[in-house]
Write a protein that binds this ligand. Structure first.
Ligand code: UD1
Length: 357
């Protein structure tokens, strides 16, 4: 069996690593990694490959940053000749980034089978670029691997053949389970014993400069009670600089994006995590650390229904209230969702091998 994994942006790396590992234990499997270059800073890409012990990608399309249409089109243009030359039996695509949808489009038109890892998630908000990527990728995929059963229900509602859908669990958690012992040995960046951890990068948040300024203000006030550790995504840094929003008023520990292991350790030790990320909602649920998601919706409702995640929305007064409650010691308890057990990739590989036999 000849497989291509397509990855491009930071969260793809943690999702593809366990599937790559599980396939490398199987005889007669040839696999290649194609990196689109959507993320290209060493601290957004290379360091993840090193820590996850992933081989250097065989191809790097080096598309870099651009508008959505340009980035998607460029990935398609550069990926197509590779697919034509390699004729893989399967192309594995991960998550919901532009690289995911671009590769799915290329393969489906060439008659190459696509398997989507992390299928079926829906925020029901089409203003989110990722929601468009999810809808299209799922329609085009030949196998759909869901992390939670809400994913299966969403796909069935959209008319996808149930024979293609497999509830396998969460591959991001496979990586977390495997790496947690190593993360425990990690010396985290210079941070206080007690802190809140913040990440922000959604365009719907950080491109809204009034909201961003208000958010920094809210965090500055809060940080006088609990210091705020804030690794800053490149998009967010750019917006803060462009709008001259100062992040110096409170007790902030600012840093560039940090490697996987150190970030895992920081999450594990945080008193609360405040984020607009997707994957972090899942990781905090697994780690049972309180998470406040500053978005109006989530494509990962299981983290709210079962886990430690709370959707506070973009209302900063609601965020302040939730933070005060957590400081007072009232935190949401949670459970770990079904099949978030470290073995999702093995289940994926069993289905893939069966589909090839
Ligand atoms: C992308 C994904 C998002 C995912 C996020 C994880 C899409 C539509 N979005 O968003 O779903 O949650 O990755 O981080 O695919 N930049 C750098 N260096 C890099 C990468 C980006 O400086 O290595 C800067 C560029 O100025 C770029 C901006 O960050 O314009 C945004 O990068 P982009 O890849 O467009 O999207 P993300 O916001 O990272």
């Amino acid at each position: 069996m000849n497989v291509i994994h397509i990855v491009g942006a930071r969260p793809n790396f943690m999702k593809s690593a366990p599937v790559f590992r599980a396939l490398s234990n199987r005889p007669l499997v040839q696999q290649r990694i194609v990196h689109t270059g959507q993320h290209y800073d060493p601290n957004m890409s290379d360091v993840f490959f090193q820590q996850l012990a992933m081989p250097v990608p065989e191809f790097n399309l080096q598309v870099g940053s651009a508008s959505h249409a340009q980035q998607t089109a460029e990935i398609m243009r550069r990926f197509e000749p590779i697919v034509i030359e390699q004729r893989p039996d399967w192309v594995l695509v991960y998550g919901d980034v532009n690289s995911t949808v671009a590769a799915s489009l290329v393969c489906s038109k060439l008659g190459i089978r696509v398997a989507h890892v992390e299928a079926g998630l829906r925020s029901f908000d089409r203003r989110m670029p990722e929601e468009i990527n999810r809808l299209i990728t799922d329609q085009l995929s030949d196998l759909l691997f869901t992390p939670s059963e809400d994913g299966n229900r969403n796909l069935v509602r959209e008319g996808i053949d149930t024979a293609k859908i497999h509830f396998v669990g969460n591959v991001m958690i496979d990586t977390l389970v495997r790496m947690l012992p190593r993360a425990a040995l990690e010396r985290p960046p210079d941070v206080p014993d007690e802190y809140a951890l913040v990440t922000l990068h959604r365009p719907s948040n950080v491109d809204d400069l009034d909201w961003l300024a208000g958010m920094i203000d809210t965090l500055a006030t809060f940080s006088k009670q609990l210091p705020v550790v804030f690794p800053i995504h490149p998009r967010t840094r750019e917006r803060l600089q462009a709008a001259r929003i100062s992040v110096t008023n409170g007790t902030f520990h600012l840093m560039d994006p940090i490697p996987y292991l150190a970030f895992l350790r920081l999450q594990q030790k945080a008193k609360v995590v405040i984020t607009d990320s997707g994957g972090i909602q899942e990781e905090t649920t697994f780690l049972q650390v309180p998470c406040l998601t500053v978005r109006d919706n989530t494509e990962r409702p299981i983290t709210v229904d079962m886990g430690t995640n709370e959707l506070v929305g973009r209302d900063l007064a609601a965020l302040s209230t939730a933070l005060s409650r957590i400081l007072a010691g009232t935190t949401k308890r949670g459970n770990i969702p079904l099949l978030w057990d470290g073995h999702a990739a093995e289940r994926i590989v069993s289905v893939l091998l069966q589909a090839c036999s």
